[in-house]
Design a protein around this ligand. Structure first.
Ligand SMILES: Cc1ncc(COP(=O)(O)O)c(C=O)c1O
Length: 403
C-alpha cells in the first residue's frame, strides 16, 4: 500500500530541491489594503482585488441579505434545481454591464476556459491558435481538446497572420484564436483591434479573449468594462471570457456574447452542467460589484488608475526602469530583479523588514533573467500606503544593488 504512494515523497523532494514549493501565507482576516498575515500587519501589494471590493461594506451587506433570503447554498447545478433568481439576475446584470446580448456564469474562470474551449474546438479538424504567453487555464482547456494546436508569438500580428495562412492550407473546420486580454505576468494587453482586423478575413476564425485582468480595470472613460470595450468591439469579438475573482471582488467565471453563444454554452459546457451553482451570497455580491462600478461609486476605476500611474512612474524613476515594467498597461506592475535569488530575497526583505506583502515570480513561471516581484495596484490604497511601499522598494533596490 505504502510503496504505491512513494512517488509523493520523491516528487515533493524534487520540487523542494528546485526551490519551487509553494508555501502558503495565512491571511487572518479580509483581503484589504492592510492585511494581517500570520500575526503581522502588512500593506497588500499582490492581490487581484484591484478595486478593493472584496471587503467593501456594501458587498458584504448584499451577501448577508442574500443569505437571509436564499440560504447559504444553491442545492444543485443550474440545469437541475440550482437555478435561483439571483443567478439569473447576475447574468442579466453582467450582460448589461458588458453591453452584450447575454452572459453565462461558471464556478470559476478556470472552469470557463476549461469547459468552453473544449467544446469550441473539439475535433481533429479544428485548430486552436494561441498567443505564446496565454494563461495556464487556457493551456489546460486546450489540452482537453482533440484540436490541432498552434502558437503565435506574443502579441505579434505578423506571426498571427503567418500562422493563419499556414493553417488555412490544412482546410480546418474552425480556427479558434485565443488571447489573454491582459497578460498576467507582464501586465501588457493584447492588440485586440488588430487581431479583429486580421481574423475578419477568415470566415472560419473565432476570437476568444480571456479578460480576467481587464475586467474592472480597462474600458473607455474608466468604465471597467474591459478590453473589448477599450477597443469598442462589442458584438465583433465572438467570445469574451472573464472572472469575478479579481477586480469584481467575489468569484465566478463568465462568458459574454450573443444570445446564441450563451444558449449553446449552457447546453454544451461540462464544467457548468456537472458543477453546482454559486452560493446566493456570491451572486448577490457580484451584482452589487457591477452596481458599484457603474453607478454607486463611478470613480472607483479612476482611483485605481491614479494609483497605477503614480506607483509605476515612481518605481521607474527610482531605477527599476526595465522595458517590461514600462510596457505594462494595466494594474499589474512587474518589478524586474533579473535573478531568482534576488527577487526572492527582495520579497523576504519587503515582508520581514518593511511589512510589505509582494511575492516573487521567478523562472520557470517567467523567462530566465526576468525574475521579478509582481505588484498589483489597488484603488483603495492611500497615498501614504503607496509611499510606504515605494520607500521600501527603493531601499531594497539599493541594498540588493539593483540600481
Ligand atoms: C488570465 C487568467 N485567466 C483565468 C484565470 C482563472 O480565473 P479564476 O481565478 O476565476 O479561476 C486567471 C486567474 O489566475 C487568470 O489570470
Amino acid at each position: 500500500m505504502k510503496r504505491s504512494t512513494n512517488f509523493l515523497t520523491t516528487e515533493m523532494r524534487e520540487i523542494r530541491d528546485a526551490g519551487r514549493e509553494w508555501i502558503h501565507r495565512v491571511l487572518e482576516g479580509p483581503s484589504d489594503t492592510i492585511c494581517k498575515v500570520e500575526g503581522k500587519e502588512v500593506i497588500m501589494l499582490c492581490s487581484n482585488n484591484y478595486l478593493g471590493l472584496s471587503n467593501h461594506p456594501k458587498m458584504k451587506e448584499a451577501a448577508i441579505e442574500a443569505i437571509r433570503t436564499h440560504g447559504v447554498g444553491s442545492g444543485s447545478v443550474r440545469a437541475i434545481s440550482g437555478n435561483m433568481d439571483l443567478h439569473e439576475q447576475w447574468e442579466k446584470r453582467l450582460a448589461k454591464f458588458k453591453e452584450q446580448e447575454a452572459a453565462f456564469i461558471t464556478s470559476a474562470g478556470f472552469a470557463a476556459n476549461q469547459g468552453v474551449i473544449q467544446q469550441l474546438a473539439p475535433t481533429t479538424n479544428d485548430v486552436v491558435l494561441s498567443d505564446r504567453l496565454n494563461h495556464g487555464s487556457i493551456i489546460d482547456g486546450v489540452r482537453t481538446t482533440k484540436a490541432m494546436r498552434a502558437v503565435y508569438e506574443h502579441c505579434d500580428m505578423t506571426s498571427l497572420e503567418d500562422e493563419l495562412t499556414k493553417l488555412t492550407k490544412e482546410n480546418p473546420r474552425r480556427i479558434l484564436v485565443i488571447t489573454d486580454g491582459v497578460f498576467s505576468m507582464d501586465g501588457d494587453h493584447a492588440p485586440l483591434g488588430d487581431i479583429y482586423k486580421i481574423c475578419e478575413s477568415y470566415n472560419n476564425a473565432i476570437i476568444y479573449v480571456d479578460d480576467a485582468h481587464g475586467d474592472g480595470v480597462l474600458g473607455r472613460d474608466y468604465s471597467g468594462k474591459g478590453l473589448v470595450d477599450h477597443y469598442g468591439l462589442q458584438g465583433k469579438v465572438h467570445i469574451e471570457m472573464g472572472t469575478f475573482s479579481k477586480a469584481f471582488g467575489t468569484m465566478g467565471g463568465s462568458i459574454v456574447g450573443s444570445q446564441e453563444l450563451i444558449t449553446w454554452c449552457r447546453n454544451k459546457t461540462r464544467s457548468y452542467l456537472l458543477s453546482a451553482s454559486h452560493p446566493p451570497a456570491t451572486a448577490a455580491a457580484s451584482i452589487k460589484a457591477l452596481d458599484l462600478i457603474e453607478h454607486e461609486e463611478p470613480n472607483l476605476v479612476k482611483k485605481l488608475w491614479d494609483n497605477i500611474n503614480y506607483f509605476k512612474d515612481q518605481i521607474i524613476n527610482m531605477g527599476y526602469n526595465h522595458e517590461i515594467t514600462s510596457a505594462s498597461t494595466t494594474a499589474i506592475i512587474p518589478i524586474i530583479f533579473g535573478d531568482p535569488l534576488k527577487a526572492k530575497e527582495a520579497s523576504n526583505l519587503l515582508y520581514s523588514e518593511y511589512s510589505i506583502f509582494a511575492l516573487p515570480i521567478v523562472f520557470p513561471m517567467v523567462p530566465r533573467g526576468l525574475d521579478r516581484i509582481r505588484v498589483q495596484a489597488n484603488a483603495a490604497l492611500t497615498k501614504e500606503q503607496l509611499n510606504e511601499g515605494l520607500r521600501a522598494f527603493e531601499e531594497v533596490g539599493k541594498r540588493l544593488k539593483v540600481f
